[in-house]
Write a protein that binds this ligand. Sequence first.
Ligand SMILES: Cc1cc2nc3c(=O)[nH]c(=O)nc-3n(C[C@H](O)[C@H](O)[C@H](O)COP(=O)(O)OP(=O)(O)OC[C@H]3O[C@@H](n4cnc5c(N)ncnc54)[C@H](O)[C@@H]3O)c2cc1C
Ligand code: SF4
Length: 338
Amino acid sequence: MISFEYARANDVADATRQIAGSPGAKFIAGGTNLIDLMKMDVERPTRLVDISRLPLDKVEETRDGGLRIGALVRNTDLAYHPMVQQRYPVLSSALLAGASQQLRNMASTGGNLLQRTRCYYFYDVATPCNKREPGSGCSAIDGFNRNHAILGASEHCIATHPSDMCVALAALDARALATGNGGERSIAFADFHRLPGDTPQIDSNLRPDEIITAIELPPKGFAGHYTYLKIRDRLSYAFALVSIAVGLDVEGGTIKEARLALGGVAHKPWRDGEAEALLSGAPATRESFLRAADTVLRDARGFGHNDFKIELARRGILRALAQAARGTPQSQADKRIS
Ligand SMILES: Cc1cc2nc3c(=O)[nH]c(=O)nc-3n(C[C@H](O)[C@H](O)[C@H](O)COP(=O)(O)OP(=O)(O)OC[C@H]3O[C@@H](n4cnc5c(N)ncnc54)[C@H](O)[C@@H]3O)c2cc1C
Ligand code: SF4
């Protein structure tokens, strides 16, 4: 039995005070990831600071016409929120592709960002893992690595970030709002999660004393031409092998602006500015999509069991771009693009 303290935060200031004053403390929101990790002895917080009752559960329009999503908005509420469904359907699709209804009812927006990898070795405390125990080694590199990264990995860790929601948020150019001892700051989504490098134990650039209070979306939601394509072992209740969020601005068969983010392939949602730039101004054709896919995957590298992901990602990108360009986000098959 491992004992820990439990305390509720009264407000955001109290939450950050409690975290700063107690090294080893962790916030708990929905608990759907943290409690599992504690039960498996992967995480051993000395104190749980319960933030689940803080008034951070609103979805509101911002002054510039974007959206502000409170960190405690549950994944279900966010997915079915009318403004999200109408203006940011790629986010709604990504949320509904994740986990199960029961889990989405509990899971919070902030917790989703900070959920930890699903690398089997990370959860198995009998095996070496640099993310769980820095310096112990990485069991996945020469082990079973079917779910692991093909982009941005390091010699210290080849884990992937498991979130679906975050892939859509990356494509939408979201920002995370955080409050800590240094006050409030806004973090561009691309800078929120980290690549493993030589510090795989650190997943994000959030400071230890900071709490996520909200996510902000810019006004543009790509509601006319979008898709979230998630490829996985089962049709539901499985993490992505590869997922692709696309938002396009298409006029007269020409792409004016493109957003393309990949999940299941790296330690963070993967965006590639070069591939997006190639698509901007290009005709919405298979050739353009192929060029973009090859650009995204130019440095892709498999580790044995996950080699198939490179071709899977390539085909997924082609299909997702074709679906989004046609304005048929949910079509499951595209024979012309396979
Ligand atoms: C069986 C199963 C299947 C799943 N399948 C999928 C899937 O297919 N796709 C997918 O995307 N996800 C999936 N998930 C993961 C699920 O989405 C996450 O567990 C959930 O989003 C985490 O949110 P939470 O509120 O429960 O976080 P918690 O477990 O409460 O917290 C997670 C982490 O975030 C920190 N934290 C929470 N809120 C804040 C905040 N506001 N500020 C700072 N730190 C904070 C906590 O300290 C903790 O470290 C699955 C989970 C399970 C158990
Ligand atoms: S891939 Fe990362 S999380 Fe998995 S065993 Fe290696 S160091 Fe640990």
